[in-house]
Design a protein around this ligand. Sequence first.
Ligand code: TUI
Length: 313
Amino acid sequence: MKTRLCELLGIEYPVIQGGMAWVATAELAAAVSNGGGIGLIAAGNAPADVVREQIRKAKSLTDKPFGVNVMMMSPFVDEVMQVIIEEKPAAVATGAGNPSKYIPALKDAGIKVMPVIASVAMAVKMEKSGADAVIAEGTEAGGHIGELTTMVLVPQVADAVSIPVVAAGGIADKRGAVAAFALGANGIQVGTRFICSTECIAHDNYKQAVLKAKDRDAVVTGRSTGAPVRALKNKLTREYEKLEKEGASFEEIEALGVGGLRRAFEEGDVQTGSLMAGQSAAMVKEIEPCADIIRSYFDGVEDILKNIESQMV
Ligand code: TUI
């Protein structure tokens, strides 16, 4: 299945791997790119030299286009952007903020820019700032999230901009992919399902927690501080809920999360670690190679169309 997104990025399947801090390493990004999608190294809060090392590692693991996801709230965002301009990965996706001021320099370096947005206004702003595509992420997604669902955000963004639109949030299988294209998307972003890939180097406890998750297990904390984050329910999310109910200070609530991602990812601490994941965690059934995951979204889309036909009376 070739779309405008495939042409823009020089990829075989219109799938972008979500930028997941600590989880989306060079290993995962290269495996997704080798599987025909585009993998992204998540810069998260990492210092610029670590990002450079990761980009060089990905270059050694794949000849295919790959990218970097830059978290705009990172204290190192300026230095990380500079490293990216020097190392020239094929694409940059951004999250949790407005990347406008960096877009001209990235484009001058020949890098495609794809901001993640959670509103129509931000999508329009990004197109005006020169973005090559936008990733419209619904609240079903994991990590830092917006308010709107994928179902209502994607068609409105598709109507509002002319650049390719990538649908994100809750797309865990072929049915979700077909739905995204029906809504006007030119591609899909997949995050949670890639946590459960053979090549993802996250701790096995993290992967098992995703596999075990049920429909209502990916909960949102941090609404009261204005930075809502979706993660799998555990001791940490219950502590958050308690502090938020008690009206604890912003600093107290934020302090709880410090080091949470590292505890989950490296130590496999599924109780006090932050198990960021989307609602689609409940739909992830097994650990598979990235190439198989990618193919499962696109192989035999005709089945779905037949299924739709068969429901007509
Ligand atoms: O960025 C994400 N997801 C993330 S970032 C992250 S790291 C983190 N860790 C702890 C607390 C907070 C963050 C974990 N997950 N998704 C993409 C996304 N971007 N969702 C929403 C947005 C967004 C929000 C505001 C994009 C632009 C924006 O613009 C605001 C402005 O400046 O107008």
